[in-house]
Design a protein around this ligand. Structure first.
Ligand SMILES: C[S@@+](CC[C@H](N)C(=O)[O-])C[C@H]1O[C@@H](n2cnc3c(N)ncnc32)[C@H](O)[C@@H]1O
Length: 257
């Protein structure tokens, strides 16, 4: 499917950031974490502190069954959709922007081909530290502390990029900048794989329960109910393919540069 990219100018506020010192130390991954001082995006402090920033968040949410429950039993299905899209072997360079609870990244790292490398970016040191504990010691993975809107990575340097349930958390302007960065760093012909929420079909019972919950807990998520992800992509001729899951509540969008 080829979608027209339309201009957009939503003025989302990227509010006052807090600073956090990153001291990730040494750990079991093959390559060191980067050291830096990063600003925590305001929407994480304001709306997601309980899920990612609070010291007990990782202890609470890093449970496969709980993540599966939050996804209404669809974790394995969505994870397998990503794995199938990525392929059995990951040669070259793979990028995942934003950590995710569960075993998706661990499983992907096991598919990195000889000589290949997987980079994982996250803006929160606590999330990178948690991921480091989940990965085998010799995994061909680098953990990089960066903001998705400002990736200190070269243009056209990745064969494939994954972003799993990040875009719904971001305000519109932030989401657009993130996609622009992903597009910049993927090689021509490379894929950006997005998995996230979508508008459920009219008959889906969760459509009516989930809407007020999302509005309360994840204030930017309903953007993805109103508009296609293509809305936030850079303008130009970009190939976009979409697949729906679970009555449309979730989507996988594959953007080929
Ligand atoms: C991928 S999202 C949601 C994952 C989903 N709830 C799950 O665990 O399956 C959560 C991650 O995104 C990270 N994140 C949020 N905003 C970010 C940004 N601007 N840059 C990099 N990482 C970000 C958070 O720190 C957190 O680790």
């Amino acid at each position: 499917m080829q979608w027209d990219q339309t201009a957009r100018s939503d003025a989302a506020v990227i509010g006052p950031p807090q600073r956090v010192s990153i001291n990730l130390g040494t750990g079991p991954t093959a390559l060191p974490l980067s050291s830096a001082e990063l600003e925590v995006p305001y929407y994480l402090n304001a709306h997601y502190w309980w899920a990612y920033i609070h010291p007990t968040a990782v202890q609470l949410f890093e449970r496969q069954w709980l993540i599966n429950l939050i996804l209404w039993g669809n974790y394995a299905r969505l994870r397998e959709a990503v794995m199938a899209e990525m392929g059995d072997s990951l040669p070259g360079r793979t990028l995942q922007v934003a950590c995710a609870y569960g075993d998706l990244t661990t499983r992907l790292s096991a598919r990195v081909a000889d000589g290949g490398l997987m980079d994982i970016v996250d803006v929160l040191p606590i999330q990178l530290s948690n991921l480091r504990k989940k990965l085998p010691r010799n995994a061909p993975v680098r953990l990089l502390a960066m903001d998705s809107i400002n990736l200190n990575l070269s243009d056209a340097s990745y064969d494939r990029v994954l972003v799993f349930f990040l875009l719904h958390e971001q305000p519109s302007e932030y989401r657009e900048l993130t996609l622009s960065e992903l597009y910049r760093v993927v090689k021509p012909g490379g894929k950006i794989i997005v998995v996230d929420y979508d508008l459920p079909r009219w008959w889906h019972p969760l459509r009516y329960i989930w809407r007020p919950l999302l509005a309360k807990l994840e204030p930017f998520a309903l953007d993805l109910w109103r508009d296609e992800i293509a809305k936030w992509l850079p303008r130009g001729s970009i190939r976009v393919r979409k697949e729906s899951f679970f009555g449309g509540l979730y989507q996988k969008v594959v953007i080929t540069r």
